[in-house]
Design a protein around this ligand. Structure first.
Ligand code: SF4
Ligand code: SF4
Length: 94
């Protein structure tokens, strides 16, 4: 099978804690944007990031650049727990 989509290369999935994220607390940041070569961090009109779960490969590059530790990587075993199953994600290992 050809590995042509980001999801096929998946090792984990980024999770954003909006309580920690500066952008969700009135401070312009966007430090994580350039760290994501998969373009999986989408920013809304108020410059608040969201993780595009269809594009995120779980590479973890965004984690180290966040000054507030608002990003972490969820690993496959955590996806099987209903409370943290990413919405809209397809064909996740359980
Ligand atoms: S884990 Fe990688 S692909 Fe996912 S949002 Fe962070 S930098 Fe982008
Ligand atoms: S680097 Fe961290 S604090 Fe800044 S926008 Fe990204 S997730 Fe929010």
């Amino acid at each position: 099978m050809a590995l042509t989509e980001p999801a096929e290369l998946l090792v984990g999935l980024a999770q954003l804690d909006t309580g920690r994220c500066l952008a969700y607390n009135g401070v312009l940041c966007m430090s994580c944007r350039s760290a994501c070569s998969a373009e999986a961090l989408r920013f809304d009109a108020r410059f608040r990031p969201e993780v595009d779960t269809e594009r995120c490969t779980g590479c973890g590059f965004c984690v180290g650049v966040c000054p507030e530790h608002a990003l972490r990587i969820l690993w496959p075993l955590e996806w099987s727990r209903p409370a943290v199953t990413p919405p809209g994600r397809r064909d996740r290992p359980g």
